[in-house]
Ligand binder design. Structure first.
Ligand SMILES: [Zn+2]
Length: 582
């Protein structure tokens, strides 16, 4: 995506003043740095699921104890309600407009982006990440700067790539083993990501009971229990006395609010608002509450300052031992509906008073009087809108991190793919509209029924009930040919049912007109290959690998097919790539 400075625009002046404000905050007298920092990110965890934010008592006692020792931010929001882009923003301090990771499984974080882990390593700290789902696979660039990047194994058994996950207990155990074996002469930066609260909700029975029978809260109770073991150990051995702890979430979960079951499609606070706890040992025990508007983009700068790292080129600001700047307007977006269902993109910003959501049907909510965002006041408070639009424009005017064509693609593999006509990271070529571009596409809010029907069908598909999912998915795709998810799942279901010839049409429509998804190209490859069109099938396996160089199944298919055809040298390259990513 190309961005340019609008030199004559007042919006640039606004952007410059915001940058100047951030810089002046950074000039305050620095406190002595801390030795180490731990970033804990709870996937899919609503702030109000935690007792420290008014959630049910008893399910999250260890997080409650941490909150009593932390500064607790009551108005913290994510920048995008999707796992990979939100984590990219935490690690870089930049909005998705700048780091360019706009959805899961789409683009990798560019190598030109600077992360807190790279800054920490540069300063001589040990760096380690323990993530619980392969949506944060190292292929997507969130591993930048981590000496250790520990993730669940990729698996060939799944029907789509990046489907593996592991429990909080397993992830915490791996992190504890690393902590026990670490070089104690050096400080460290440790990132722990827990994925239990992500659907489907299937907590252990005792955690379910602890949460009063609520399965979603039961998953959060399981996270809390695992965290308790970690924090108790660090408290006992004195590590916490020298360590900053930041706990937050990448996004919440709608749980039916606004007609959304999970997260991603909308930007209401059910998914945008997140917990944010900052435990500074110097002030631990105060349990301060802070109502300033803050965001996950502040996580990276806060950790950078606490550890006295070189400052990030960030959109967020450091919250370390200081209040957030007054009158901030923080950007957010979701292009998930645009990329998945062919709806208008959502972009917006919020401040201490209101939240503006831009789309083909703009919305404005008074957060103080209407925290559940049930009454749109866009029409009656139209004079408020320009300042929010200007803030979005200012965020969009900042230059994006440079993307190299070779980002995340092995050079030899890139050459091989270029020779057959593909450039690396093919999804990058999929140009997205700007956040304020006019859109004739339907606003996501007008499509709650389609979303519900789609999610119901996906539920059948997720449960392995593919035969039952076929007709609902076919009806959804017929009514909205831009519902790319329905096309993809329809094709996937038909492939799994062995109805390969039927699967070709929806997958061809998707791959020709929709976003370039590696998994869809892989499935189309299977459908074509099994329908007797073997060369065309091979072509789409190659496209899958061009889009996702770590696509295990496509690499495996290419290696096997090429070996069977006697193309041993080329097969060996894909086999080697497969070994590297496993
Ligand atoms: Zn997530």
């Amino acid at each position: 995506m190309r961005r340019c400075w609008r030199r004559s625009s007042a919006r640039v002046a606004l952007a410059a003043s915001l940058v100047a404000l951030a810089a002046s905050c950074g000039d305050a007298r620095r406190a002595p740095p801390l030795e180490s920092a731990i970033l804990i990110t709870l996937d899919t965890t609503r702030a109000d699921a935690l007792s420290c934010y008014g959630g049910p008592a008893g399910a999250t006692p260890h997080i409650a104890a941490l909150a009593r020792e932390s500064r607790v931010y009551d108005q913290a929001r994510t920048v995008v309600p999707l796992t990979l882009p939100a984590h990219a923003s935490m690690l870089t301090g930049a909005t998705p407009l700048r780091h360019r990771v706009r959805d899961n499984s789409l683009d990798a974080l560019p190598q030109s982006a600077d992360t807190i882990a790279e800054r920490a390593r540069e300063r001589g700290l040990s760096t380690a990440a323990f993530v619980s789902a392969v949506v944060l696979d190292r292929a997507f660039g969130t591993d930048q700067g981590f000496d250790t990047y520990d993730q669940p194994p990729r698996t060939l058994a799944q029907t789509t790539s990046h489907a593996g996950e592991r429990s909080a207990a397993d992830t915490i155990a791996a992190a504890q083993a690393w902590l026990a074996a670490r070089d104690r002469t050096r400080g460290f930066l440790l990132w722990i990501h827990l994925f239990d609260a992500h659907a489907p909700y299937a907590p252990p029975a005792d955690c379910l009971a602890q949460a009063g029978g609520d399965a979603y809260l039961g998953e959060i109770a399981a996270q809390d229990r695992a965290l308790g073991a970690l924090l108790d150990g660090l408290r006992a051995d004195g590590t916490l006395a020298r360590t900053l702890v930041v706990l937050t979430a990448d996004h919440g979960e709608s749980l039916g609010e606004h007609g959304e079951a999970t997260h991603g499609a909308y930007c209401y606070d059910a998914t945008l608002r997140v917990p944010l706890l900052v435990r500074d040992p110097a002030s631990a025990g105060r349990g301060d509450r802070d109502a300033a508007p803050v965001g996950v983009i502040d996580v990276g700068p806060t950790i950078a300052e606490a550890l006295d790292l070189r400052a990030l080129d960030a959109d967020g600001v450091s919250l370390f031992r200081r209040a957030a700047p007054p009158s901030r307007r923080l950007y957010f977006e979701s292009y998930y509906g645009y990329l998945s269902y062919g709806w208008s993109p959502l972009a917006g910003c919020f401040d201490e008073r209101a939240k503006y959501i831009h789309s083909s049907q703009p919305e404005l909510y008074d957060l103080a009087s209407d925290p559940r965002e049930l009454r749109d006041v866009h029409a009656e408070r139209a004079t408020d809108v320009p300042r929010y639009v200007d803030a979005i424009a200012a965020a969009a005017a900042r230059p994006a991190f440079a993307r190299a064509e070779s980002d995340r693609v092995d050079a030899a593999m890139l050459e091989r793919l270029r020779a057959v006509g593909y450039t690396g990271g093919g999804a990058i070529a999929h140009a997205l509209p700007g956040p304020l571009d006019a859109s004739a596409l339907p606003s996501p809010r007008a499509r709650a029924d389609e979303l519900a029907r789609t999610l119901d069908a996906l539920g059948l598909s997720d449960a392995g009930r593919h035969a039952e999912a076929v007709e609902p998915l076919r009806a959804i795709a017929a009514a909205n040919p831009r519902n790319y998810v329905a096309l993809e799942r329809l094709g996937n279901a038909l492939v799994l049912l062995g109805r390969h010839a039927e699967a070709v049409a929806p997958l061809e429509a998707l791959c020709a007109n929709g976003p370039q998804w590696a998994g869809a190209h892989y499935n189309l490859g299977v459908a074509l290959y099994q329908s007797g069109r073997q060369d065309a099938g091979l072509d789409h396996f190659r496209r899958a690998v061009a889009l996702d160089p770590g696509h295990v199944q496509a690499l495996d298919a290419l290696a096997k097919v090429l070996e069977a055809r006697g193309a041993r040298a080329e097969a060996a390259e894909f086999r080697a790539a497969l070994e590297r990513v496993r």
